[in-house]
Design a protein around this ligand. Structure first.
Ligand code: FAD
Length: 554
């Protein structure tokens, strides 16, 4: 397209990517980017680490400046300028210069909305008290830092255990504060399935974080000594010098709504696969839009930086006539908290259940690199796949090392429609300090492929209470004594072949070990000797995680 006037609303992840890409595609276009805040292209994802003093200088959060945009890209960036209305009929926007209050209009040929999302502040008593913060912008983080220093804050209450709550917990601990996380749900990090969040709970508690699950906050109160009480139901209150609200965000759709653009069922601006809104001259990207879940096909809100940046590029492509399309989101995410990493991609079990889709699942707990090389640390992996064609549907992993790289590889497999047989055959990096000749990704594929081929016959722990199967613990007597299922009998794997006949009178035999590997060997031996045997997926480690979620459910 020839000379064009492209206006953008919002100058951070989606808006800045779109503007820069637009210039690379068109030297002629006039590009103006409006940002109501004081900065463009800042690192929102770095904000928790600025609070934690890992990032010491505020200016390190500024990925680009208006000057850089002007000099490098000849893009006119107007910070402190808020777009207040869109007139679709005559293709103009109304802008308010926040410093002077002046209102003016600007015409556009193409308009891109990337206004992001705003943090939810539930209308609870005391919500506006001093000392209660959110983390969305650089000024928010600066205010938290200043409060910690001026008030010599020692105790923090974080309301919400999503990834921002967890990252803030880590950083406040780093600043020497004692931290309580108050979460309404029975688990932190809601996109994870509950049993996969269990190790995170244990890790938080072991790291000295107080974790109150199933505690909906009902009010905040200022105390006479200047500190705050967070009332968390059932008579529980948490005393704190600083409160951080991290209870989620909502897409910023006010402008779009007022302009009559279509808003979808999930509450985001509705766009097509080229990020075009219901108005052919307006595109929208980032946290403000709703997108198709790549696996379930459902409309959803997944506010992450990767999709926002890619959508920005695709919208620019579309505006300048290229055929790029957005593939949908997988929700690939990673979060580090106090030495633990949790990561996921694709659909969770709960999402698949909600969507009414068929799935099978496996659990495994391999080391992050070869066991013979010092320092191997376990990763707990849950893989979800289609039971008939083996397509990989989702992955979740929790551990201390090597978690992100396994989830990244499987994320790509999900995006390419790959199967568990492809994971089995994936050729990946191996030297002892980095991985294993059978990498955890291969192992996940092998275990799942064994299930697909009928070599591994699984049982799931949640089906155990309703089953009359005899449960055989094939670990050593010492491991058995250290903790086992009440109904289990102990036949250590080395004795199994000699003692198999003891099991003959029983019907189904479900075996387990520590992580599911020895019991797989046991199941294979039993099956080949004519016993109806199954392997309890993920072993005792997964059982304990599931038990943890059940205890709380009572
Ligand atoms: P934003 O980047 O939020 O930009 C929107 C901009 O639009 C804002 O600056 C706003 O001021 C401006 N604006 C809004 N309305 C107007 C208007 N009317 N006129 C002018 N300007 C306007 N994602 C990850 O993938 N990994 C992470 O580790 C991660 N960590 C995060 C940590 C924190 C603390 C936060 C807050 C977010 C984090 N995210 C992370 C999410 C990620 O930052 C967002 O998904 C991404 O920034 C969304 O991009 P966006 O362009 O839609 O919105």
């Amino acid at each position: 397209m020839s000379a064009k006037r492209l206006l953008l609303v919002g100058g951070v992840a989606g808006g800045a990517s779109c503007a820069a890409r637009a210039r690379r595609l068109s030297e002629d276009a006039e590009i103006v980017l409006f940002e109501k805040g004081p900065y463009v292209s800042f690192a929102n994802c770095g904000l928790p680490y600025y609070v934690g003093d890992v990032i010491r200088e505020e200016q390190n959060l500024l990925v680009a400046t208006p000057e850089l945009f002007r000099e490098r890209f000849r893009i006119d960036v107007r910070v402190g300028h808020e777009v207040t209305a869109i007139d679709r009929a005559d293709r103009t926007i109304q802008v308010r210069d926040r410093r002077t209050g002046t209102l003016y209009r600007e015409p556009y040929d193409a308009l891109v909305l990337s206004p992001g999302a705003y943090p939810i502040r539930p209308p609870l008593p005391g919500i506006d008290l001093p000392g209660i913060f959110v983390t969305r912008t650089i000024p928010d983080s600066r205010a938290i830092r200043r409060w910690i220093e001026e008030k010599k804050a020692r105790r923090a209450a974080i309301v919400g255990g999503g990834y921002i709550g967890l990252e803030m917990a880590e950083n406040l601990v780093r600043r020497g504060l004692s931290v309580t996380i108050v979460e309404m749900l029975p688990q932190v990090m809601p996109p994870l399935d509950p049993e996969m969040a269990e190790p995170v709970h244990e890790h938080l508690r072991n790291s000295g974080v107080r974790l109150l699950l199933e505690h909906p906050v009902t009010a905040f109160e200022a105390r006479a000594d200047g500190t705050l009480s967070v009332h968390a139901g059932s008579g529980v209150s948490v005393e704190a010098d600083l409160v951080l609200l991290a209870v989620g965000i909502r897409p910023e759709t006010a402008l779009a709504r007022a302009a009559g653009l279509e808003i979808g069922a999930a509450g985001g601006i509705r766009v097509n696969e080229q990020l075009r809104t219901s108005d052919p001259a307006i595109w929208a990207v980032g946290d403000a839009v709703e997108v198709r879940d790549f696996v379930t096909g459902q409309w959803c809100l997944i506010p992450l930086a990767g999709p926002a940046n890619r959508q920005g590029r695709i919208a620019a492509d579309a505006i300048f006539g290229r055929p790029s399309v957005f593939r949908g989101v997988q929700g690939t995410a990673v979060c580090g908290v106090l030495g633990m990493t949790l990561a996921l991609s694709g659909a969770s079990e709960k999402a698949l259940r909600r969507a009414g889709l068929e799935y099978e699942k496996i659990y495994l707990h391999p080391g992050h690199h070869a066991g013979y090389y010092p320092g191997a640390r376990p990763i707990s992996i849950k893989l979800l796949f289609h039971p008939r064609d083996g397509r990989v549907l989702g992955v979740q992993a929790v551990g201390t090392e090597g978690v992100d790289k396994r989830v990244d590889v499987i994320a790509m497999a999900i995006q390419k429609g790959a199967t568990v047989f492809d994971l089995e055959e994936a050729e990946l990096c191996y030297a002892p300090q980095f991985g294993a000749a059978k990498d955890p990704v291969n192992l996940a594929g092998m275990v799942a492929a064994n299930v697909m081929r009928g070599d591994a016959v699984l049982a799931h722990w949640e089906d155990l209470p309703a089953s009359d199967a005899v449960v055989v613990d094939v670990r050593s007597p010492k491991e058995f004594e250290a903790g086992h299922l009440d109904k289990a009998i102990n036949i250590p794997l080395p004795e199994l072949r000699d003692r198999m006949e003891e099991l003959r009178p029983h019907g189904q035999i479900w075996s387990y070990c520590g992580v599911g590997q020895r019991s797989y060997y046991a199941t294979r031996a039993l099956l080949q000797n004519g016993f109806p045997a199954r392997n309890l997926s993920g072993g005792y480690l997964t059982y304990k995680a599931i038990q943890g979620t059940r205890k709380r459910g009572k």
